[in-house]
Structure formats: C-alpha cells, structure tokens
Write a protein that binds this ligand. Structure first.
Ligand code: GLP
Length: 241
C-alpha cells in the first residue's frame, strides 16, 4: 500500500482529484468506481472545478458506484443516485447513460445485484475505484463479517453504520435498514484503488488497516492483499493532530 500523508481534508481532496484527472488524461475511456459519504464531497468539488476551468472531459468515462440504499428512489435526496447527480454528474459532461448506481427502489433487489455484477463484468471491470472507509472498517457497505468472496449483494446495515449515516437524514428512523453493495471480491477486481481517509473518527480504522491482520471482521483489511492501493490520509486520521 502506498500511503500519501496530507495535512487536512482539503489537501486530501485536492490530491485525490489530481490523481483521478491524471488517469483520465491518460485513459479517456476510464471505468471509474465512485463512492459516496462525506469523504469524497471535497474531491468531487475539485473535479467539477477542474472540468469548468481546464475542460477535463468525462464524455468517454463510465462510472460505477459502490452502493445504494434499498427502498430509496433516485428522486430521494438521501439516495446515493441523487447524491452523485448533485455533487458530480450534473456538473460535468459525463453522459447519464454512462453512470451506474445500483437501483435501490426495485421490486427485486436480488436480481438487481446480479444485473449490477454482470454489468461490471461486461464493461471489463473497474480501472480505478475510489473508496472511503467506515469507522468499523466497512468499504462500500460491506459490514464486518462479509465474505471476502462476496460479489454484489444485499446487506443489512449495522446499528453503528445507520447511526453514522443518520446525520444526512431528517429523522434517524428514516435511515434504511438494508443496502445493495458491490461485494469485497467485486471491489478487489478493480485494477487500482484510491482510499481516502480523513478526520479523528477514522483514526482507529486507519491504524487497524495499517497494522491489523487480514480479517473478514475488518473488511478494509482485504486491501492489504491488493497489488495497487494508494491511501491518502490526513493528519487527524494519522493521529498527528
Ligand atoms: C458509508 C458508505 C461508504 C463510505 C462510508 C464512510 O456508509 N456506504 O462508501 O465510505 O460509509 O462515510 P463517510 O465518508 O461519510 O465517513
């Protein structure tokens, strides 16, 4: 794992944007894996600024998001599709048809998982996957205990994850109980991974990622076995401030 140490959230976001922009310039047809949550918002702001200022184009980029809440439609402001449209897709030139987020408001979530996994395979997989990390080590919505062999699947969210994500909802009871997430094996198939970690609340998770053993009880530990992972972590996450 290549660890890039930065001062703060803003520097992490800027570095991450530069990393992605460089990859797109090298390969305009990039298959880009995207994440939601508070962590990548700054990164997306920088991608939008660069698109407006320098014209980096996403016309030939295809995107795949990690996960979606079950039961939320794309019009629901708490859905990850809505989040991505708002923070990124509506502000760059990526064709909507090139953007993929699992469908959360489907009658058959199991079928949706299979279709999403097939879609990933049909496109030849993700070239660069952006990841955040939950304080319990989850990646995507792969909670502790998820099999390292898992492909896209339905997951029941842990109380701690629902609580952590309640800050985005008006009422904590509105946080869905289940989600569709790319599996650990799906994530590990990405050719390259960029993991962003910022803030005090992620300090223990980062320590465990760097020093802990490979274990399904800490999903992010699987990244130790991936050949091409870059972690951008700020001082607070590194325990330096
Ligand atoms: C969420 C998302 C993850 C994200 C993580 C951390 O539940 N499903 O993809 O990385 O939790 O979120 P945040 O960046 O808000 O701390």
């Amino acid at each position: 794992m290549n660890i890039v140490k930065v001062k703060d959230y803003d520097e992490m976001s800027k570095k991450a944007a530069a990393f992605i922009i460089e990859k797109i310039h090298r390969n305009p047809n990039l298959n880009l894996g995207l994440a939601t949550g508070g962590t990548p918002v700054g990164l997306y702001n920088y991608l939008v600024k660069d698109h407006q200022k320098n014209g980096t184009s996403y016309k030939h980029v295809t995107s795949f998001n990690l996960d979606e809440y079950i039961g939320l439609s794309s019009e629901n402001p708490n859905s990850y599709r809505y989040f991505m449209d708002k923070h990124l897709f509506n502000q760059i030139d990526i064709p909507k048809s090139h953007t993929h987020v699992p469908l959360g408001d489907t009658d058959d979530p199991k079928q949706q998982c299979q279709e999403y996994e097939n879609l990933l395979t049909e496109h030849g997989g993700v070239d660069l996957q952006i990841l955040g990390i939950g304080s319990n080590g989850h990646i995507g919505f792969n909670e502790p205990g998820t099999s390292f062999q898992s492909t896209t699947h339905i997951i029941e969210l842990t109380p701690s994850t629902r609580e952590a994500n309640a800050r985005f909802f008006d009422d904590p009871n509105e946080v869905p109980t289940h989600a569709i997430t790319m599996g650990i094996a799906s994530i590990m198939r990405s050719k390259e991974i960029l993991l962003l970690i910022s803030g005090k609340s992620k300090k223990e998770a980062l320590t465990q990622l760097l020093q802990g053993e490979l274990s399904e009880n800490f999903p992010a530990s699987v990244l130790q076995a991936h050949p091409s992972v870059t972690v951008i972590a700020d001082d607070e996450a590194l325990g330096k401030s």
